[in-house]
Design a protein around this ligand. Structure first.
Ligand SMILES: Cc1ncc(COP(=O)(O)O)c(C=O)c1O
Length: 387
């Protein structure tokens, strides 16, 4: 019996008590002044997180809706689009463009490896007609963070519209939209924002609006024009997920109270501790060194471990819920989410449970190796931070 499940998947993330309470507030008129104030506060707060002066649209949808809105507004049937991908979510993004009638040119890095900016430059040189480039900042399926600043610079230098899937990075890993020259960036409430699923954020640059005005593809719910017009009047074109917005408002307040720089450092520290603990337990880290994500750690199991049985035991006996692999890595990897409201104590608990479960499955004796490795990783970082 466990009383407080440890939800360590890469989203949805556990809700802080404050957020849970916030979302229980009474409904309000979504065309009235209270809603206008709520939307204004969220928009201003989210813009600070994205680090942008561009427009920011708040859509009622999961992250995929935000991404699909980018395709619907920027890609016309028959357009050529470059999709730089290195995992399952990049695949999906490319698939969305294809579904809207684009001729998708794929630049595909091996899973676990980042997209190489030089490869992107070569592909863009060969595709002068492709106006839009799709990038994934944090590829959640492989636990890898691309160098979005370099990739965006390459695409900008080639005069393309840069669209970034930042669903599982923004608010946990710095993005710096304006500095990087990103035209459109998308994130979603159930990740580092510490809120339930249901809200997507989409930033839109002036260049992106110009392309949007010329786009000929079908759009209605996803049309950015009415979203912008309504937002200017403090409303949304359709009924918004008001309860989730209350939660998002509280989540953003919490991010501001902690300070974004500290939030980013906390995620990095916890990722390093998780990586150290998993390696000590005989897992092999999957993502390339130097590109390992601060929000989700992916690892291949030690010999003889049945990932599915392991995950079931963790949940049933220890209340620890971790993710498995996606797409071609289904059943072959584990992914531990450490984004949003997560602390050192959570990671320690998760690693302890993993070690116990490995012993129970006769893979390795529980000797405290994971905790020793994780705590020394944390101590190293504390020493570096205070030096
Ligand atoms: C990188 C990335 N892109 C897109 C998505 C899809 O977002 P959603 O499930 O909110 O539609 C996810 C969800 O995990 C993600 O991690």
């Amino acid at each position: 019996m466990t009383f407080s499940p440890q939800l360590r998947i890469p989203g949805p993330t556990p809700l802080p008590e404050r957020v849970v309470r916030a979302q229980g507030r009474p409904m309000i008129d979504h065309r009235g002044p209270q809603f206008a104030a709520l939307l204004e506060e969220i928009t201003t707060g989210a813009k600070r997180v994205f680090e942008t002066d561009n427009d920011l649209l708040v859509l009622t949808s999961s992250g995929s809706g935000g991404l699909e809105s980018a395709i619907a507004n920027l890609v016309s049937p028959g357009d050529s689009v470059v999709a730089a991908l290195c995992g399952n979510f990049g695949e999906r993004f490319a698939g969305m463009a294809a579904a809207y009638g684009a001729d998708v040119v794929r630049l595909e890095a091996e899973w676990g490896q980042p997209v190489d900016p030089d490869d992107l430059a070569r592909v863009l040189e060969a595709t002068p007609d492709a106006k839009v480039v799709l990038l994934t900042h944090n590829e959640t399926s492989t636990g890898l963070t691309n160098d979005v600043v370099r990739l965006a610079r390459v695409a900008r230098d080639a005069d393309r519209i840069v669209v970034v899937d930042g669903v599982s990075s923004v608010s946990s890993i710095r993005i710096g939209v304006d500095e990087a020259g990103i035209d459109v960036a998308v994130s979603a409430s159930q990740k580092g924002w510490m809120a339930p699923p249901g809200i997507a954020f989409v930033t839109v640059s002036r260049r992106a609006w110009e392309l949007q005005a010329r786009s000929t593809g079908p759009k209605f719910y996803w049309d950015w024009q009415p979203a912008k017009e309504f937002a200017e009047k403090g409303a949304t074109p359709f009924t918004p997920a008001i309860s989730v917005l209350y939660a998002v408002q509280e989540g953003i307040l919490m991010l501001q109270e902690e300070g974004l720089e500290r939030v980013y450092q906390r995620h990095r520290r916890l990722a390093d501790a998780t990586e150290a603990g998993l390696e000590a337990l005989g897992f092999s880290l999957y993502a390339a060194p130097g590109f390992r994500s601060a929000t989700v750690t992916s690892a291949l199991p030690p010999d003889g471990l049945d990932v599915s049985a392991f995950r079931k035991l963790l949940e049933r006996k220890y209340g620890v819920v971790i993710a498995g692999g996606q797409g071609k890595m289904t059943g072959k990897m584990i992914r531990v989410g450490h984004l949003g409201a997560v602390s050192e104590g959570d990671i320690v608990q998760v690693l302890w449970a993993l070690e116990q479960a490995l012993e129970e499955l006769d893979i390795a004796p529980a000797e405290g190796r994971a905790l020793a490795a994780a705590t020394s990783a944390l101590a190293r970082e504390t020493a570096t931070a205070t030096a």
